[in-house]
Design a protein around this ligand. Sequence first.
Ligand SMILES: Cc1cc2nc3c(=O)[nH]c(=O)nc-3n(C[C@H](O)[C@H](O)[C@H](O)COP(=O)(O)O)c2cc1C
Length: 331
Amino acid sequence: MQKILTLLNPELAHNLTINILSKTGASPLSFFYRQSAEFSPVEVMGLQFRNRVGLAAGFDKNGEAIDAFEAMGFGFVEVGTVTPKAQHGNTKPRLFRLKKSKAVINRLGFNNKGVDNLVSNLKARKSKIPVGVNIGKNKSTPIEHAQKDYIFCMEKVYEHASYITINISSPNTKNLRSMQSGALLDDLLGSLKEKQQSLTNSEGRYVPLVLKIAPDLTKEEVGLIAEALLNYEFDGVVATNTTVDRSSIMHEKNAYQEGGLSGAPLCQKSTEVITLLYEYLGDKVPIIGVGGITSVIDGKQKLEAGARLLQLYTGFIYEGLPLIKDLAKIK
Ligand SMILES: Cc1cc2nc3c(=O)[nH]c(=O)nc-3n(C[C@H](O)[C@H](O)[C@H](O)COP(=O)(O)O)c2cc1C
């Protein structure tokens, strides 16, 4: 099945996969991809995970197939990025495979069906594994008003999320990554933390807040982000999103495509960010390690660098179900 899918146009293959999974996840047909992954429970951010291996954001943007990913053995799923209003994203083609490098370049631009649609899918899920909701801003919202979009999405998803990830690191939304520093970062983290407090009181439940960062930051920038995470008592950090760096794939036909590069060529770079973050954060703020994990060795390196949980996207496309099972076995 995986082989057939790689013969199709990448975005078509992806949509077809999500479509099939959304229809079969909670049915006996899930037998075709159901597997029992190792039960190696961990507690992170006050949440219980049956194993450390999660599906990274962007694969199930609308939260349509959570039950199917639970059946595959994932310990948790991060859905989104979702924005207040539905949006189409950038013009096609916008997703490219780089097979020899086990990599992908995407410039999707937060195509999603909007936060209300996501909430109804979250309500309908049967799965009991933790579900993080990754939130972003609409393309039409100017960066100075981005905070409003994050607060809007946070209020909508709070009741239905195990944790909420603030995505300010996608390279495919203009100026988004400028929120990773200075007053924009301070204002955003401060207001989200305030909102978390008021929602904790009104909903009677504390939902951890996590920041997702880019791999293309200088050491100083990573240090300042770590300081802000500590100052604002953020609950976690996802490191990392895709990279705009092409230095390791210049031999590839698609290297010149604009967008974020993910998969094997990103692995070392994202592990370096985790190492640096851990130097600043220690065990105070848990790190979710993501970027180029295509083997058990890659997963172990991220855990040794300081990650408490792992996420997969591109490695899952190329390696399929066995990768989840193999990573879940790491003690
Ligand atoms: C096609 C595609 C779409 C993605 N969409 C999102 C997204 O909507 N939000 C997000 O935070 N990350 C998104 N990502 C980034 C992944 O969650 C992950 O951080 C990145 O791909 C690195 O992991 P990987 O090398 O295992 O793919 C996307 C990645 C890909 C390949």
